[in-house]
Design a protein around this ligand. Structure first.
Ligand code: DX5
Ligand code: ZN
Length: 221
């Protein structure tokens, strides 16, 4: 149901490609350019080869904007980070299905911490892996690149996963979960992704690399 109900696709710029010393002001700029959410890529150098930012930066970003901040935790052990990112002011915490032995418990803990429970799946991970946690999911993040870097080629063959995610959440979910897509999203694939069922378009380099981010966000919408 997602955007069919709200009628409006949400654009969540990823700030991975922004000046890492100015993430708060860059986030504010993106909010002023029309972003609906800020997508903060948190990488631990283990789950993915790159090391980025922690909950301290998440708090600086959350304090700088009024729009929701989604912390995309590309980390091997997200359990220990939930409270810190919730207290930092993140509205959504998204963990990877591939790292959680007790995914159902982890998602419920994120909700108990007051955040939307997000779960991400890498290209190789079937959406059906999430069937039995669907009632505990508020946002399902379909990766259309292999995580760890911005500016990578969009894996278009994965569009089918977007539709499967929508169907799975509608059949097994508890309510109004959102389907988000992350990786190489731009104005050439946005329409197909939305038609496939995407409610949230995460976009990094297409938006933050644009001369005019407002125009880029408008093009996505
Ligand atoms: C990749 C991150 C993505 C990335 C998107 O591991 O999770 O959010 O920053 O950047 P683009 O849109 O440039 O692929
Ligand atoms: Zn991301």
């Amino acid at each position: 149901m997602g955007h069919m109900v709200t009628g409006r696709v949400l654009v969540a710029p990823s700030i991975l490609g922004c000046d890492q010393g100015s993430l708060a002001s860059e986030s504010r700029r993106l909010q002023d350019a029309g972003a609906d959410m800020i997508h903060l890529d948190v990488m631990d150098g283990v789950f993915v080869p790159v090391l980025t930012v922690g909950s301290g930066v998440a708090g600086a970003v959350a304090r700088a904007v009024e729009i929701p901040v989604d912390a995309h935790l590309m980390v091997q052990n997200p359990d220990g980070l939930v409270d810190a990112f919730a207290e930092a002011g993140c509205s959504c915490i998204t963990v990877h299905a591939e790292v959680a032995v007790h995914l159902d418990r982890l998602l419920r803990r994120i909700r108990e911490a007051g955040c939307m429970a997000g779960v991400a799946v890498n290209p190789a991970t079937p959406v059906d892996f999430l069937r039995w946690v669907a009632p505990a999911v508020d946002l399902m993040l379909i990766m259309t690149v292999n995580p760890g870097y911005g500016g990578q080629e969009h894996l278009a063959h994965l569009h089918g996963k977007v539709s499967m995610a929508r169907e799975l959440l509608d059949s097994f979910g508890g309510g109004e979960a959102l389907v988000a897509v992350d990786g190489g999203v731009n104005d050439e694939n946005a329409e197909q992704l939305v038609r496939a069922g995407a409610d949230v378009l995460v976009s990094g380099s297409f938006v933050t690399g644009a001369a005019d981010p407002a125009e880029a966000i408008g093009r996505l919408r």
